[in-house]
Design a protein around this ligand. Sequence first.
Ligand SMILES: [Zn+2]
Ligand SMILES: [Zn+2]
Length: 341
Amino acid sequence: MKTPLLQFTSNGIYCEKAGVYLDPWKPVDHAIISHGHADHSRYGHKKYITHHKNVPIILHRLGEINVTGKEWGETFIINNVTFSLHPAGHIIGSSQIRVEHKGEVWVFTGDYKTENDGISTPYEPIKCDTFITECTFGLPAFKWTPQAEVLENINNWWAENKAEGKTSILFGYSLGKAQRLLKYLNTDIGEIYTHGAIENMTEVLRPLVDFPKTTLITRETKKEQLLGNIVLAPPSAHGSTWIRKMVPYVTASASGWMTFRGARRRRAIDKGFVLSDHCDWPGLLQSIEATGAEKIICTHGYTDIFSKYLREQGYDARTEATQYGEEENETALASKSTAAI
Ligand SMILES: [Zn+2]
Ligand SMILES: [Zn+2]
């Protein structure tokens, strides 16, 4: 039996013909990286190739590494295998990785979403034979409300809290979600304050996107200054002494998980806004159809349920185990930054 173009190995997704890994979880010589989240761009590879907008992000996260930036659709050939990066719409600089050899095409999505968030390059479906998809939200219960509506609700929530003389604390991941929220916060309502993890990452991305002004919260920041204003913080800051000093405050989280009321209650958050940087159920199905792929490989999220559903629809679908899934890593990153304040 001939070796598949991409194989799932103990180091990561491997293209044997090219000697290259895609988002490997163990240190390797050659890695092509889909995006800057910690579970996809890890330490220790000898050479990194990624979209040029992801270059400043991973240099910030990983320090001095050997990295080459590519443009959307730019082809590069390694040992007769043709690679190119295409927008995944997940976060700034996030790519799908297209791999072609002798007319056979595979696409690896990394993480992706179909709605244009206005700061990431919008997702483009790519025709392929085999499509490797995440299924973080691969259940029919996940169906997103349009972003404009969610963001308007967030601004209204902030204005109401201000009218009650309270500080609004909004939780979102420091890379991606926080900047998406920041871009659309209405500065007519008040000022935007940030946690260190979010401030640092936003600073890295300011040359790429026009963001409103933010003020880093430091030891010198008085809680009176925060009243009526909004604080952007990573989810891990919830329940910390850093937050407790801000009373009176109201908390909210912006995440796809807010679909489940229980998620909000368990995390003791006052309000949940359903806003995700991943595909919802219809988004996953529409993208799969648009690729024209017959073979689908599900990598992380509700993989078993989702691949079973795809098989019922006539696809040749299966699940492969990977080490992707970003919440844990985000927590680790954010707590490091909390300690630094
Ligand atoms: Zn991600
Ligand atoms: Zn992921």
